[in-house]
Design a protein around this ligand. Structure first.
Ligand code: SF4
Ligand code: SF4
Length: 486
């Protein structure tokens, strides 16, 4: 344990090394060739990790983000315990291939519904990103929420900071480091169990927690891997996830345009920057104090313009506003704005995509509601049985064999009856036992239709209507064609 603690302390103690905007270091004794320019803000020139230990700016945006983060954490933890219509509000039962949302259970056969839902989410995300930029990354993403408002506060609690809102101290005794690791472990275990409850339900989770792991090794394995992944992510990987692993962050970044809302430095007002606290008169408003870079959780300098690594967390806005207050300059040198607005062009957010995306989202969401509304309690499809198309029995009776694909979409066990409405004189009968299906279950049931041979005389076929009904009284009419002699 001592070795682990020392490794963590030494690896994370390099936070005061030069920022990425400083020239890359040349290490003559390094076997690696130093990069000619900055590759990632979290890498040194020789490719080694540059640990980011940001200071904290407790400004207006930080307070708002903190309130939202606590609400989101409470939501995530509470949701699996809530019930609607006797069912969990959300249950993603992958083993049973059932997905429950607000009392509705979706089965693998509900592909159109899932497709419509996904399209609605997709168009909504595109719209929000086009208008509000990476709002999700800075305000709602679990990585940001848990790192900035759960795990970093734990660091500050155990390590302490250099001054109010400063970076965490570098030398921390081993006892506090062990205590910090234990708190990390407790939080990761809690989050992993909560995550698991979305897939198995809270009752099942509670039962499993009271049993030996040997009785449910797979679920225990999932929980152990999830806990280890959380520990690794929040102890070591941290901001790297946003920069090198998150496809969603990249996806959002490429959807920004010049009118999208971004966190940006007002270069026209800030430059030329002056080192020193109380510079007035000529020059720009930036006093080159470095506070905006000291608080950045991804280690970048917002003054270098819009960057892929910026998760729009607004910490640099809070830090710079604090500085502007002290030097008695207007707030907002770093602020929410758009590239067009900064350049003095139109500030409006109207453009084709801000109409097209919501319109498409409205269409798909309306279709989703309509399909959901009209979703029948069971699905049925008629298939002709392979082999001879028809049989004439010795009693001059015509027989056609079909198979009915039945899917029980209701929430209770159902039995099904079959009846021929057209043509008159024909009868339908399940060739095996009457079908009885559990919720979500499907089956291929053989059905025999018989009638007088004369039904098909003249044409060799006749159209028919089959009525299927379940034990709850829901009925469905299906078309079929009876074949027979001319
Ligand atoms: S915090 Fe503001 S004044 Fe200080 S360096 Fe950053 S932009 Fe300039
Ligand atoms: S540049 Fe500013 S908004 Fe972007 S990640 Fe850094 S602190 Fe957050």
């Amino acid at each position: 344990m001592q070795l682990i603690v020392e490794a963590i302390m030494s690896s994370q103690s390099s936070s005061s090394e030069p920022r990425p905007d400083s020239p890359p270091q040349t290490q003559l004794d390094s076997p690696l060739i130093p990069a000619g320019e900055m590759v990632l803000p979290t890498l040194h020139g020789d490719g080694s990790r540059r640990w980011i230990n940001p200071a904290l700016a407790q400004g207006k945006y930080w307070r708002r983000r903190r309130n939202l983060a606590y609400a989101l954490i409470a939501f995530f933890v509470t949701l699996p315990h809530l019930r609607y219509g006797g069912k969990p509000i959300v249950l993603l039962d992958i083993a049973a291939r059932e997905f429950t949302f607000f009392g509705h259970t979706f089965y693998p056969t509900d592909t159109p519904l899932v497709a419509l839902l996904m399209l609605t989410v997709f168009f909504t995300v595109m719209f929000i990103t086009a208008v509000g930029g990476r709002l999700w990354c800075g305000w709602g993403c679990p990585q940001t929420v848990y790192l900035e408002f759960l795990f970093r506060p734990i660091d500050r609690l155990f390590a302490g900071t250099r001054g109010k809102g400063g970076t965490p101290k570098r030398s921390v005794n081993a006892f506090l480091q062990v205590a910090r690791l234990l708190v990390y472990l407790a939080c990761s275990l809690f989050l992993a169990h909560t995550f698991l409850s979305y897939f198995i339900g809270t009752e099942e989770l509670s039962k499993w927690m009271q049993l030996s792991p040997l009785k449910h090794p797979q679920a225990f394995g999932v929980m152990a891997v999830a806990t280890a992944a959380l520990m690794y992510n929040f102890l070591f990987f941290r901001e790297q996830l946003c920069m090198v692993a998150c496809p969603y962050g990249r996806f959002q970044s490429v959807m920004l345009d010049r009118k999208s809302l971004i966190v940006t430095y007002d270069i026209h007002r800030g430059e030329p920057r002056h080192k020193g606290r109380l510079v007035t008169g000529t020059g720009g408003d930036c006093i080159d104090c470095g506070h905006c870079t000291a608080v950045c959780p991804t280690g970048i300098d917002i003054r270098n313009g819009l960057q892929m690594e910026c998760i729009h967390c607004t910490q640099c806005i809070d830090a710079c506003n604090d500085v502007m207050e002290r030097v008695k300059k207007p707030l907002g040198l770093i602020r929410y704005s758009s590239q067009d607005a900064l350049d003095g062009n139109s500030k409006g957010w109207f453009r084709p995509r801000t109409f097209i995306y919501p319109a498409l989202a409205l269409v798909t969401s309306t279709l989703f509601v309509l399909v959901l509304w009209t979703k029948f309690s069971f699905d049925a499809r008629v298939l002709r049985s392979p082999g001879v198309p028809y049989t004439v029995l010795s009693s001059r009776t015509l027989q056609n064999n079909f198979r009915i694909r039945l899917v029980n979409r209701s929430q209770q066990r159902e039995t099904y009856q079959a009846r021929i409405l057209v043509p008159e004189g024909a009868t339908a009968q399940w060739s095996d036992v009457e079908p009885e299906l559990n919720p979500g279950e499907n089956a291929l049931m053989p059905l025999v239709i018989t009638g007088p041979v004369g039904l098909t005389s003249g044409t060799g076929s006749v159209d028919g209507t089959l009525e299927l009904s379940d034990s709850s009284g829901n009925k469905k009419l299906l078309h079929l064609r009876l074949l027979g002699p001319h």
